[in-house]
Ligand binder design. Structure first.
Ligand SMILES: Cc1cc2nc3c(=O)[nH]c(=O)nc-3n(C[C@H](O)[C@H](O)[C@H](O)COP(=O)(O)OP(=O)(O)OC[C@H]3O[C@@H](n4cnc5c(N)ncnc54)[C@H](O)[C@@H]3O)c2cc1C
Length: 418
C-alpha cells in the first residue's frame, strides 16, 4: 500500500516544463504551498528543453490561416519542406484536422491572432519579474530574430507582416544587403527578410528552467519525481492525484503536462482536442560563432539558434502522435537544410524529437476545469510555449488567488470545446 500525503492550503502542479515551473514559482511568491510533480528530471527531455529558445512576443500570426490549406499539399510533397505525417497516426488525427480546417477562416484566424497578441505582449515583462531574481546574464540575449526568404514559392509572408502591422508589432523589412550586414556568415540565398527587434533568445533553455526551479525550491516549494496516473476528487471537491503507489490530496491542482495533458483531462470528463505537432532539433557543436541571433528560413520552415550547445537547428511539423519513433528522414532534412545555409558545417552532434502541445484553434487552454472548480489547466501553447511560460504562470496564479484582471481570459477556457 502506498503513502497517503495530505497537505493543507496547498496546490499540486503536475508537469515541470516551463509552464509548470513558472506557475509554481509565481504561486510560491504569492504564499501558496506548492508541490511540483514530474515523472522525469525537469527539463531533461521535454519540449521545454529542446525548443528553439526564441522568446517571440511578436509571433501573433497563427498557424490556422486560410492560405495554409492551399500550401499543405505542396509542403507534404516537398523533400526539404517542414511538414510531415506518420501515416499510421493520420486516422486518429482526423477529428483534429477537421477542427483545424474550421479554424482556418479569416475570422477565426484574427480571433486567435488577437488573443495570442494579448498574452504575447505581456510575455517578456512577466519573465523579467522572474529574471530579476536569478542570474541569466549569459543565458538570454536581446538581439532580435530574423526571418528571411527567397521569392520562389512563398506567398504567405505578406499576410504575416500585415497582421503584425495591424496589431502594432514592431518589425523592420530587410533588403538582402541588410541581412548580410546582420548575419554575414549565411550563404546569400535570400531575396528579402524581416527583423523583429523585440525578440530575445535563450542560450540554453534547460539551464534557465533549472534556475527558475532552484528559485522555487529556495522559496520553500517542493518537487516530487512521480508519474501521475489518475485524478479523482474527494467529497469536498479536493483533487486527489495518484501515482501507481502514492496518493496526494491538495486544495487545488494544475495540469501542466504539455502535449501529455490529455491523458489526465480525459479522466475528468472533458473533451479537449489536444494533440501534438512533433518537432526536431540537431546540434552542430562549436559553430555557434557563425550566428549572432536566431534566424528562420521561411521557404523551408526551419530555424537555427546560436546556443551553448552549438548551432541548434530546429524545425518540422510532424503529425504522428506521442508514441511513434523518431523519424531519421526529418533529422536528415534538418541537417541538409542547415548545410544549405552554412556549407562549412560537418557532422551534427545529437538528435532530438519533442512534442508541441497543439489545439486546433492555436490558442492555449489556461483556466479552470469545466467540471471541477479546484482543478486548473495550463497547456496547449503549441509553437510559443517557451515564450508564454511566465505570463501563463502569472495568469494561473491570479486565478487561484481569485484576483481581478483586465485581461479577457474567456478565449483560453476549455469551455470553448464543449
Ligand atoms: C522543435 C520545437 C521548437 C520550439 N521552439 C520554440 C521557441 O523557439 N519558442 C517558443 O516560445 N516555443 C517553442 N516551442 C514550443 C515550446 O517548447 C512548448 O510549447 C513548451 O515547451 C511547452 O511547455 P510545457 O511546460 O507546456 O510542456 P513540456 O515542456 O512538454 O513539459 C511537460 C512536462 O510534463 C511532464 N509530464 C507529462 N505527463 C506527466 C505525468 N502523467 N505525470 C508527471 N509528469 C508528467 C513531462 O515529463 C514534462 O516535463 C518549440 C517546440 C518544439 C517541439
Amino acid at each position: 500500500m502506498g503513502e497517503d500525503v495530505i497537505i493543507k492550503s496547498s496546490v499540486g502542479v503536475v508537469g515541470a516544463g516551463i509552464q509548470g515551473v513558472c506557475i509554481s514559482l509565481f504561486l510560491v511568491k504569492k504564499g501558496f504551498k506548492v508541490t511540483l510533480i514530474d515523472r522525469d528530471e525537469p527539463g531533461k527531455n521535454s519540449a521545454s528543453y529542446g525548443n528553439a529558445g526564441h522568446f517571440s512576443p511578436y509571433a501573433s500570426t497563427p498557424m490556422n490561416r486560410p492560405d495554409v490549406l492551399v500550401d499543405v499539399p505542396s509542403m507534404l510533397l516537398s523533400t526539404n519542406g517542414p511538414l510531415a505525417l506518420k501515416w499510421n497516426y493520420v486516422p486518429k488525427m482526423i477529428p483534429w484536422f477537421l477542427k483545424f480546417i474550421k479554424n482556418c477562416s479569416n475570422k477565426n484566424m484574427m480571433h486567435t491572432a488577437k488573443y495570442m497578441h494579448q498574452i504575447l505582449d505581456l510575455a517578456l515583462p512577466a519573465y523579467d519579474e522572474l529574471f530579476k531574481e536569478i542570474d541569466i546574464s549569459d543565458l538570454v540575449e536581446n538581439k532580435g530574430i530574423i526571418y528571411f526568404w527567397t521569392n520562389k514559392d512563398l506567398k504567405s509572408r505578406e499576410l504575416e507582416i500585415n497582421i503584425r502591422k495591424k496589431l502594432g508589432v514592431e518589425q523592420q523589412l530587410l533588403k538582402p544587403d541588410e541581412i548580410h550586414d546582420l548575419e554575414p556568415n549565411i550563404k546569400k540565398i535570400y531575396h528579402g527578410g524581416v527583423y523583429y527587434p523585440s525578440a530575445r533568445h535563450a542560450r540554453n533553455p534547460r539551464k534557465i528552467l533549472l534556475k527558475l526551479l532552484d528559485l522555487f525550491l529556495k522559496r520553500g516549494g517542493k518537487f516530487e519525481k512521480q508519474n501521475i496516473e489518475t485524478i479523482n476528487f474527494s467529497s469536498d471537491n479536493k483533487p486527489i492525484i495518484k501515482t501507481n503507489s502514492n496518493s496526494y490530496t491538495f486544495d487545488k491542482a494544475v495540469i501542466a503536462c504539455g502535449a501529455f495533458s490529455k491523458k489526465l483531462t480525459d479522466q475528468v470528463y472533458e473533451k479537449i482536442p489536444l494533440d501534438t505537432e512533433r518537432g526536431y532539433h540537431v546540434h552542430f557543436k562549436g559553430y555557434d560563432h557563425l550566428l549572432s541571433r536566431p534566424v528562420i528560413f521561411l521557404n523551408r520552415g526551419f530555424g537555427i539558434t546560436p546556443m551553448e550547445q552549438g548551432l541548434r537547428v530546429v524545425g518540422t511539423v510532424e503529425f504522428g502522435g506521442l508514441d511513434n519513433p523518431i523519424s531519421k528522414k526529418r533529422i536528415l532534412n534538418l541537417v541538409n537544410n542547415a548545410k544549405y545555409l552554412f556549407p562549412e558545417l560537418h557532422k551534427h552532434h545529437d538528435e532530438w524529437l519533442g512534442f508541441r502541445p497543439s489545439l486546433p484553434d492555436f490558442l492555449p487552454v489556461i483556466g479552470p476545469s469545466k467540471n471541477y472548480k479546484n482543478l486548473f489547466y495550463a497547456f496547449g501553447h503549441h509553437h510559443l510555449g517557451w515564450t508564454l511560460g511566465a505570463i501563463t504562470g502569472k495568469i494561473i496564479t491570479g486565478m487561484l488567488a481569485e484576483e481581478n484582471t483586465n485581461l479577457n481570459l474567456t478565449p483560453y477556457s476549455s469551455l470553448r470545446f464543449s
